[in-house]
Design a protein around this ligand. Structure first.
Ligand code: SAM
Ligand code: DTB
Ligand code: SF4
Length: 327
């Protein structure tokens, strides 16, 4: 039998983290026999985290639908036929009430998403108030509002924002197949502003959009070559929503999804890798494999932004059956 290719850098940084992963090294990780890859990922995971602790975030769509961007996967885009209708930005009190409920149900972080190209004017002021108020409830705060400039990032930081979610979504090579109204560089600029303002970065992508394994490797390279690594890395499995251009996309091989999680874990050992959208279509066994591969965060609560997520009761039972604890 052939020996597995050498994928370890001879010169890791003082922290043991690397920011210089080559595509060849990442391809070699993806190509490992499944058990070898999972063993490697689980070993890295155990060196950095309690393997039974899973961070739990709850999502709320604070401004739904009517988005001018044309992301091919998204039911909130005005460019597609999906049935999500445009709504106004929620009131602060409604958001605080939802945050309180999420905390009572066991969430430690509250993530607020808005279907905007970028936030503006009085709406942005209202989001700042939401961040302050949700934080005062004793929750970590996360928002995803589209593109940000440096000043907006600083104002969010001053309001007490802990995390900003902005995904690269896919490889630079495949990106143009999915989105035309915002460039990859626009996304990198926003991530730089967020980082420079001192806000933790939540950045990941979507798999199952028809991209090749090479694209999944290239996306992970983009993430893992950021220094520092994003603190939080959501790996979304495409939710195929009727009326979006990707509705009829073939399903991704579930083992390939697990491999993507495992490679993310190996490349970014100290980051929280989040098993994000798409859990509703996964069996309990597949989710257990994802946790074994190093996923240590989920979205918890019956709704994501516009699509559904597993029942809270079901997730509680799954955690109990696997001996996982929510943190
Ligand atoms: N409008 C903001 C933006 O995109 O910058 C924030 C909200 S957007 C819905 C946040 C992320 O959700 C996207 O970057 C994408 O990764 C994910 N997402 C959206 N629709 C999805 C779908 N159908 N399946 C899986 N992930 C999805
Ligand atoms: C992320 O990476 N996934 C979340 C969160 N960040 C904002 C959103 C998933 C959305 C799934 C489709 C929907 O419910 O509209
Ligand atoms: Fe708009 Fe975000 Fe959906 Fe893209 S992913 S269409 S930016 S809400």
């Amino acid at each position: 039998m052939q020996a597995a290719p050498e994928t370890r850098s001879p010169v890791p940084s003082a922290t043991g983290l690397r920011f210089d992963w080559s595509l060849e090294e990442i391809d070699a990780l993806f190509a490992l026999p499944f058990n070898d890859l999972l063993y490697r990922a689980q070993s890295v995971h155990r060196a950095h985290f309690d393997p039974s602790a899973v961070q739990v975030s709850t999502l709320l769509s604070i401004k739904t639908g009517g988005c001018p961007e044309d992301c091919g996967y998204c039911p909130q885009s005005v460019h597609h036929e999906a049935s999500v209708s445009a709504e106004k930005l929620l009131d602060v009190e409604a958001v605080v009430a939802a945050a309180r409920q999420a905390k009572q149900a066991g969430a430690s972080r509250f993530c607020m998403g808005a279907a905007w190209r970028n936030p503006r004017g009085r709406n942005f002021d209202r989001v700042l108030e939401m961040v302050e108020r949700v934080r005062a409830e004793g929750l970590q705060t996360c928002v995803t509002l589209g593109m940000l400039d440096a000043g907006q990032s600083q104002r969010l930081k001053s309001a007490g924002l802990d995390y900003y979610n902005h995904n690269l979504d896919t490889s630079p090579e495949f990106y143009g197949e999915v989105i035309s109204t915002r460039t990859y560089d626009d996304r990198l600029d926003t991530l730089r502003h967020v980082r420079e303002a001192g806000i933790h970065v939540c950045c990941g992508g979507i798999v199952g959009m028809g991209e090749a394994r090479a694209d999944r490797a290239s996306l992970l390279q983009q993430l893992a070559c950021q220094s520092p690594h994003p603190e939080s890395v959501p790996v979304n499995l495409l939710v195929r929503v009727e009326g979006t251009p990707l509705a009829a996309q073939d399903a991704l091989d579930p083992f390939e999804f697990v491999r993507t999680i495992a490679v993310a874990r190996v490349l970014m050992p100290q980051s929280h890798v989040r098993l994000s959208a798409g859990r509703e279509s996964m069996s309990d066994e597949l989710q257990a494999l994802c946790f074994h591969a190093g996923a240590n965060s989920i979205f918890y609560g019956e709704k994501l932004l516009t699509t559904s997520n597993p029942d809270v009761d079901h997730d509680r039972q799954l955690f109990a059956r696997l001996g996982l604890k929510a943190v």
